[in-house]
Design a binder for this molecule. Structure first.
Ligand code: TXA
Ligand code: MG
Length: 339
């Protein structure tokens, strides 16, 4: 169990727990806190020693940079060296909210946060509790998702406590997160915005605010390779149970051992035939699917089933972020690693 788990009101946070958490952060400790996307594992982003503890707690490769969280644009602007018009527009439209902007970093952000890069990912999270915590600590917070590296991201305080245990000093429990999928990450360093991680805010929405400037997806799905955003590794967000994916209901018939599996149907598929023994979860619609996805994977991982089978949602823009996470959590049925 973690050192301490404290309940806190997400929208109207009590001063006592906030002050305690800020005190832990100022002393270089780790505090897990709710954002609208997933729980973050926060540390003082200006302290190399504090941020080192994040990498250790997560078992995260030092080559994977962290997102810096601020309570508003003023603090963001102290973390970056440039604030182009595109940043202003996107911040106006989407902050506080699930959007991370990659920009040239300023001198207050040490190398360890950015894995030595000249750029930093910054965002302003939506929940009042997250922004008040940053204000009370008086520093920006480096905060990756509060799970062990490559595991399933946490959407509840119980997920954090179960996964990180004593490695975190304090967990603020503000209830389940409302969106459930990590922020959209977009690099706007060059004037040609690049989508590094699909998320709750779609490329179309970004393009709308940028006056039609195209926002192209890069990385494993875009062809530029994973080096641009190292967090987009092929295996990520993965349950411990062997997890496979199929694209069509018809393929269910080919899967042996289905009776001892859990089946997660994502998207508006016709209900699959009743299958004796199979634990079935249906997430028909994108907003609900995002909110429930990681909790469902956590639950299925705890069932002791032989396999988790995911029936994938359609390849449509509103499902892009969920398809991205599911491709990292599973292997395709029929590939040698799925047997
Ligand atoms: O919703 C979120 O973004 C959550 C909450 C806690 O805010 N945080 C999160 O952090 O998902 P993490 O560390 O699990 O993912 C950070 C992603 C990684 O894919 C990382 O490679 C990318 O952001 N990233 C961070 N800084 C970057 C940079 N300077 N250049 C390119 N990619 C960067
Ligand atoms: Mg993560």
């Amino acid at each position: 169990m973690p050192h301490r788990l404290v309940r806190i009101d997400r929208d109207d946070p009590e001063p006592g727990p906030l002050e305690e958490a800020a005190w832990v952060l100022r002393r270089g400790g780790l505090v897990a806190f709710p954002t609208e996307t997933v729980y973050g594992l926060g540390a003082d982003a200006t302290s190399t020693a504090a941020v080192e503890r994040i990498y250790r707690a997560k078992g995260r490769p030092p080559s994977n940079p962290l997102i810096v969280h601020a309570d508003g644009v003023d603090l963001v602007r102290r973390c970056v060296d440039d604030w182009p018009e595109q940043a202003e527009r996107l911040a106006d439209a989407f902050w506080p909210g699930p959007l991370t902007l990659v920009l040239p970093r300023s001198r207050i952000i040490p190398d360890i946060v950015t894995a030595g890069r000249s750029t930093v990912g910054v965002r302003v999270p939506e929940p009042t509790v997250a922004r008040r915590l940053i204000a009370a600590a008086g520093v920006p917070l480096a905060a990756p998702s509060a799970n062990r590296s490559t595991g399933i991201s946490p959407t509840t305080a119980a997920h954090v406590a179960g996964d990180l245990g004593d490695a975190v000093d304090l967990v603020l429990d503000g209830g389940p997160t409302t969106i459930g999928l990590e922020s959209t990450v977009v690099d706007i360093c060059t004037g040609e915005p690049r989508l590094l991680r699909p998320g709750p805010i779609t490329a179309r929405e970004l393009e709308g605010v940028l006056g039609g400037v195209p926002v192209g997806l890069v990385g494993p799905d875009g062809g530029d390779g994973p080096q641009l955003s190292p967090g987009r590794m092929p295996v990520h967000y993965a349950p411990r149970t062997r997890s496979i994916r199929i694209e069509r209901t018809g393929r269910l018939a080919e899967i042996d051992g289905l009776a001892t599996s859990a089946l997660i149907v994502v998207g508006p598929h016709d209900p699959p035939p009743i299958l004796a023994g199979v634990r079935l979860v249906h997430l028909p619609e994108p907003t609900l699917a995002a909110r429930r996805l990681y909790a469902t994977l956590h639950e299925c991982d705890g069932l002791g089933v032989s396999r988790i089978v995911v029936l994938m949602p359609p390849d449509l823009p509103e499902w892009q972020a969920i398809r991205d996470r599911l491709r990292r959590a599973t292997v395709p049925w029929g590939s040698s690693s799925a047997e």
